[in-house]
Write a protein that binds this ligand. Sequence first.
Ligand code: NAI
Ligand code: MG
Length: 338
Amino acid sequence: MTQTITIIPGDGIGPEVTDATLRILRAAGADLKYEVQLAGTAAMEEFKSPLPEQTIESIRTNRVCLKGPLTTPLGVGFRSLNVAIRKEFDLFSNVRPALSMVPGSRYEDVDLVLFRENTEGLYVGVEHFIGLGGDPRAAAESVMIITRHGSERIVRSAFEYARANGRKKVTLAHKANILKCTQGLFLDVGREVAKEYAGEIDFEDRIVDATAMQLVVNPHQFDVLVMENMFGDILSDLIAGLVGGLGLAPAGNIGKNEAVFEAVHGSAPDIAGKGIANPSSLTLSAAMLLDHIGQVDAASRIRSAVGEALKLPQNRTADLGGKASTTVFTEAVLKHLK
Ligand code: NAI
Ligand code: MG
């Protein structure tokens, strides 16, 4: 059955990388219908809101969304639109794969998937300043919130993903040696969940700082990784760096009912409108979306066509050290989908 998905082209380079991605989706034979909705700066003029109700309703109805980068306009009552979308749909699982695609990058054959808890930890933003001796900002405090429920569902998503995708091992990264309550709870819950998969999927836990070093020294020892919000924020960018940077990094934000797949990079105002953006991040996010809805053939066709196109230096965009335009790269991908 043809699935309707919500498309948010977004701001800056968003519309350019979205156009390229839609061409690639069509050529790959993805069985999709598109409902284009506005958000971000692009929505302000028409709706006087960066996150119009009709965009939210579209995602709620279609349950699956592909989203370009959004610029959060100042003074609209949102700290971040991306956070607002995650909150609206309780998208607790941020999935960030890192797959080698560009020959000659730092590593070959990296194939990792990182699960980041998306709703808790320090990023709940419970913080304040403390005044002392006339200095209103003499100190500041921030509260890390970890719950059994939140920890369990993210660790379980990592294991379920491992099971569904034939992965061998889940590594839980933490700092339970120092933060015995918050990180200790996350680790305890992780160990409990891991027991349910014993004999099928290996489990290990590691201190997060050592994990960071080991990821750089030998990424091949890892497979699926899971961690709380801030550690996941940092290490997911680290693993993107292992395979060629943010221009290649896709992401999924997955909840119980809805899922929003998005480019990891921002709206890149410095290159917007120049036709030189790399659409791969959004295109590979679209491939994740196809996997999510069971159109796995189209997904793998897209991934291999992007990989084939990137093999030739003349197809690479500036972020990868090349000179290709968005169109040249896109045409190269399309050629491999014929
Ligand atoms: P950015 O990711 O937009 O740009 C950082 C650098 O990477 C720039 O030099 C840019 O030209 C380059 N770049 C990014 N994506 C690229 C691509 N696909 N191809 C080639 N080069 C690329 O980050 P920045 O400048 O910090 O943020 C710009 C705006 O984007 C801000 O308003 C920020 O709030 C927003 N943003 C939105 C995100 C989202 O919607 N998921 C994520 C990050 C930032
Ligand atoms: Mg980040």
